[in-house]
Design a protein around this ligand. Sequence first.
Ligand SMILES: Nc1nc2c(c(=O)[nH]1)N[C@H]1C(S)=C(S)[C@@H](COP(=O)(O)O)O[C@H]1N2
Ligand SMILES: [Mo]
Length: 223
Amino acid sequence: MANDTSLLGQVKQKLIDSKRKWADEGRLLTGKAGLKGRDRLPPGQHEVKNWPVLDLGVQPKIDLWDWQLKVDGLVDAPASFTFQDLLALPQSEDVSDIHCVTAWSRYDNHWVGVRTRDLIARVRPKPDARFVMCHAYDGYTTNLRFEHFAAEDALLAHSWEGKPITREHGGPVRMVIPRWYFWKSAKWIKRIEFTAKDRPGFWENRGYHNQGDPWTEQRYSRD
Ligand SMILES: Nc1nc2c(c(=O)[nH]1)N[C@H]1C(S)=C(S)[C@@H](COP(=O)(O)O)O[C@H]1N2
Ligand SMILES: [Mo]
């Protein structure tokens, strides 16, 4: 893919290589899976109070009024949304914890945005749309099962702690899919594609688990 190659030319190849190496080596696996419900901190994670920035070395600058989201694939009503269109959809709030596969967790993040469920109601996916691919402005992709994308706490978020999400954290609009490792939450969301077949996204192609449940430590694909 020409696109992927030019993206890779720009990114911090070293960072990617080292994360990939971690995946190969199974770094950070504690073997203490299965604590769900008993503890707020998933196995192998530590709490941070700051909010680390993780990206591929590119932070696309998207003016609020230039931002556009395309929603297509297996849907009855494909649509394009501007920021204004997004604000015209029902707005919801959610408070959730972030769990990054690089072992940090950040509690109680207040998000405002549009529930994926409200987006789904608008575009009406077809019955065979069992998977979702999220595409971002930096070329990043990540895949989800339909039911995970449609979780009640999943948002297209534009605000964090009462303020617009900053560019470094994926503003103007990013996905927030709280029940999975944070790599499943695409920043700078550009396109949401509903598909019949599952395809791996950026990290899923580079050694990360296809799903990414922090409670069972679905960090890497060999787990
Ligand atoms: N578009 C895009 N989204 C992305 C990424 C990325 O590189 N590009 N990195 C993912 C990873 S690995 C993590 S941990 C989180 C980091 O989000 P943050 O920088 O706001 O903490 O974004 C996820 N979404
Ligand atoms: Mo991550």
